[in-house]
Design a protein around this ligand. Structure first.
Ligand code: ZN
Ligand code: ZN
Length: 373
């Protein structure tokens, strides 16, 4: 069943425009015999269906039995999935500058909602169910990355594939609307061992000594950040761009005490706005982060600010040296003081305690790793 259709005279019809439950002005005209509406994916004939006893899905399009049987949009849909798809489309349209195309297709992918910005940025939203396989989603993720499309999968509940791609878990709420209840993490810096379930912490990276490079896990492009890619860029860009997992050079090994944990609940509208603006970006919590109590590391959503803080932690755990170096100017503020020197790269970076107090304090607190000259 589909939310959109192609009409021989009216062009593209979209039931999500106007909001959930709104009756489009053209709806009544589709009931006469042989209305010329077809599927935008397979071109097969469609029928307009009205079911007012349904909770959310009161109107939709259905393929005629004789049309193409393998069309992806022919598959049955749940009420909840239909609901989430429509709400995501509405929230995208509320974001200044963004438009939403429902059931949009590109090279090798079909987005439930494709958000498009006039500057050319494209951001796909997929609403999927537990019936999908992780392998299928990984194949789709590669397709989005190859086309330079950012993507988020929205799901109700916690399917097996949750976290293998950028995912949010949604819970419909009668009073306040859909809530994002999973998939977003916040960084905290504290002692390892004090965190709850489903948290990821920086852990040992390997034996101290000469620089070495952990192995790549894969070289396929992915539409989320990997730590190797972030470290190479030195600061978090305003938007995600497709990256290939790359190794982080490691000189030493320190336990950092930086922990990613669940960020609590938030409205779907605020999540959509933050993701489209790049204030939230997806990142794989693979090495040097390690999930606690979980067999795999998740792809999660995190704020740009937290990603920036975590990058310094990753650098520090992978071999930044900490030096007391009077007379050298801080790269950020230009003053002197106790500075951190990054050693495991082609460039030194000087940071003062005022600009990076959190990191400096943590380094001091683990004085066995502090090299004072
Ligand atoms: Zn079709
Ligand atoms: Zn400074």
């Amino acid at each position: 069943m589909t939310t959109t259709a192609w009409h021989a005279v009216l062009g593209r019809l979209d039931l999500s425009e106007g909001g959930l439950g709104a009756v489009p002005p053209w709806w009544k005209s589709l009931y006469h015999h042989n209305a010329p509406i077809s599927c935008r994916s397979c071109g097969g004939d469609l029928i307009a269906v009205e079911n007012l006893s349904s909770r959310y899905r009161k109107r939709y399009f259905r393929h005629r039995p004789t049309s193409e049987s393998r069309c992806r949009l022919r598959e049955s849909d749940t009420e909840e999935r239909f609901f989430v798809k429509h709400v995501v489309a509405s929230r995208v349209r509320e974001c200044p500058g963004w438009s939403a195309e429902v059931e949009a297709q590109g090279g090798g992918w079909c987005a439930d909602v494709l958000a498009v910005h006039p500057d050319g940025t494209r951001f796909a939203w997929e609403v999927r169910s537990a019936a999908d396989s992780a392998a299928d989603l990984e194949r789709r993720a590669t397709g989005y990355a190859a086309d330079g499309v950012e993507v988020c999968w929205a799901t109700l509940g916690r399917p097996d594939w949750s976290g293998t791609v950028p995912t949010i878990a949604i819970r419909p709420d009668e009073s306040v609307g859909p809530l994002v209840v999973g998939g977003v993490r916040a960084l905290s810096i504290r002692s390892p061992g004090t965190v709850g379930d489903a948290a990821a912490a920086i852990s040992e990276l390997g034996a101290p000594g000469a620089p070495h490079y952990p192995e790549n896990e894969s070289d396929r492009p992915v539409p989320w950040w990997t730590w190797g890619e972030l470290m190479r860029r030195r600061e978090v860009p305003p938007r995600t761009s497709p990256s290939k997992p790359a190794p982080i050079p490691v000189m030493g090994s320190r336990s950092g005490g930086a922990v990613w944990a669940g960020a609590g609940e938030r409205s779907l509208g605020s999540f959509v706005a933050d993701a489209l603006a790049g204030r939230l970006q997806p990142v794989a919590l693979t090495g040097p982060f390690r999930e606690r109590d979980r067999p795999t590391s998740d792809v999660v959503w995190a704020s740009r600010a937290d990603l920036g803080r975590a990058m310094k932690y990753v650098a520090w755990t992978s071999g930044w040296r900490v030096l007391d170096q009077p007379g050298v100017a801080c790269d950020d503020c230009g003053t002197g003081g106790v500075l951190l020197l990054r050693g495991a790269s082609d460039r030194f970076q000087w940071l003062c305690a005022d600009c990076d107090r959190e990191l400096y304090t943590a380094a001091r607190g683990r004085a066995h790793a502090l090299e004072l000259t």
